[in-house]
Design a protein around this ligand. Sequence first.
Ligand SMILES: *[C@@H]1O[C@H](CO)[C@@H](O)[C@H](O)[C@H]1NC(C)=O
Ligand SMILES: *[C@@H]1O[C@H](CO)[C@@H](O)[C@H](O)[C@H]1NC(C)=O
Ligand SMILES: *[C@@H]1O[C@H](CO)[C@@H](O)[C@H](O)[C@H]1NC(C)=O
Ligand SMILES: *[C@@H]1O[C@H](CO)[C@@H](O)[C@H](O)[C@H]1NC(C)=O
Length: 481
Amino acid sequence: MRFFTVFILALSTRAAVIPSRRSLNARQDTAAKLVVAHHIVGNTFPYTLQDWTNDMTLAAASGIDGFALNVGPDDFQTTQTINAFQAAEALGTNFKLFFSLDMSVLPCATVDDAAALRARVLNFTTHPNQLQVNGRALVSTFAGESCTFGQDTVADGWRSQFTQSPDLKGQITFVPSFFIDPATFTDFSGVMDGAFNFNSGWPIQVTTSFADGITSDLVGSGQGDVNDLNQFIGSNATDLQQIQDLATLAAGGAPLTYMAAVAPWFFTHFGADSFNKNFIFLADQHLYPKRWETLIAARDQIDIVEIVTWNDYGESHYIGPIEGALPTGSEVWVDNFPHQAWLDLTLYYATAFKTGTPPAIENDQIFMWARPHPVDAQAPDPVPAPTNFQLTQDQIWAVVLATAEGNVTLTDGISPPQSFDVVPGVNKLSIPIVPGGTLTGTLERNGQTVVQLATPGANFTFNGAPETFNYNVFVTSASSA
Ligand SMILES: *[C@@H]1O[C@H](CO)[C@@H](O)[C@H](O)[C@H]1NC(C)=O
Ligand SMILES: *[C@@H]1O[C@H](CO)[C@@H](O)[C@H](O)[C@H]1NC(C)=O
Ligand SMILES: *[C@@H]1O[C@H](CO)[C@@H](O)[C@H](O)[C@H]1NC(C)=O
Ligand SMILES: *[C@@H]1O[C@H](CO)[C@@H](O)[C@H](O)[C@H]1NC(C)=O
């Protein structure tokens, strides 16, 4: 409760009394930083109020201040939005919500489509749990760069029918994720109060042919020299570009809101007979912690971090529990592939982002994750291996949060164990994995075992002969307490 009161006061005080400081360094302000998570309401069909309460409680305990509610056109999504706001209010912890209007599925061709969108937003702009930024309700999108709402241009459509429409004008801070060249942000004066860089969570430019062009032995082998690709993992390049183009759009006025993304993984495998989406983005090399470290380093310039996502099972980048209604077909790659262990890493990094200081590590923790079959496995699957599968390596990725120095041993149970010295703080480690492999990690200190992570083979075994292609990841962890 207190946190957000302070946030709003800080913003209005800043605007009133320190414009000169702001013009010296537009973004080195003292406004509170926020961490939110993208929540796909389309996957919540069977949700009860208690399910929403559980999600919000777990998210808050993981350093997450709110959910960006990704909404599409189904009636049940309107009902579940109402449930979400009701649950948040009843919870009484000031957990925040805002819309991420999914313009890849919401209609946006006519003025009536815009009226429906405004009604949806206006219903909650003054709700106590609606996230307010700069004193106005935050509204975001997924896409929307093709919407005209019956006007001549996309910018005119959003401006006249949405942000400057008499009923909505002055009530929202609009931070869309338009998939456009940020050099064209200046076309969206009066529309964009900021930008959400949805794709910044992954190095999406690293396709197989891109990788082939810069490294000779990575692609196809799954075990090649990846050092040439490291520079793209967690990079701040698109953040800095969008921040600069937002400054141009702001034209010396109040700084605009920049919302960056962090994502732990990406794999989707829908055939031509369903959503027809079958690809990966590179997420090896500890993408999730590295991207967080990048955002923490640039935190002076980033207002909000949006975790992509809480529950997008279809694209394998969920960090929340597997629950609700999964997109039909995705059960094959999602069931038995928990990601919740990443929530503890999320707490560590979200706290560091918000406070500017890494939190004290109170318990030693080992995190391990791996895909379930070799990169070049063959499978009797009617849907082929996903586009860009060649980018990924047959490795176990591990992170150790260590309270003090120690010795860590990692093994897949097949190859000889490998030992590593760890230092206090975050340690990123990896070892190869081969068919039959499982996930075992041990932290010893002064001859004593401090943490033992042994994942039962029944829960996860690296399978040399899979029935279906699955480039999702199994995530597990263990703690000293
Ligand atoms: C608006 O909110 C009210 C109260 O929560 C609800 O009854 C109504 O169905 C909502 N309408 C829309 C379009 O969200
Ligand atoms: C962006 O990343 C580069 C390369 O890691 C780094 O040198 C630079 O300091 C970063 N910029 C910010 C603002 O964090
Ligand atoms: C790690 O192992 C080495 C070699 O066995 C040992 O000398 C050292 O004391 C260990 N470090 C810790 C912190 O236990
Ligand atoms: C193994 O899987 C079972 C069933 O899903 C689950 O209850 C258990 O917690 C898992 N154990 C570990 C260590 O992941």
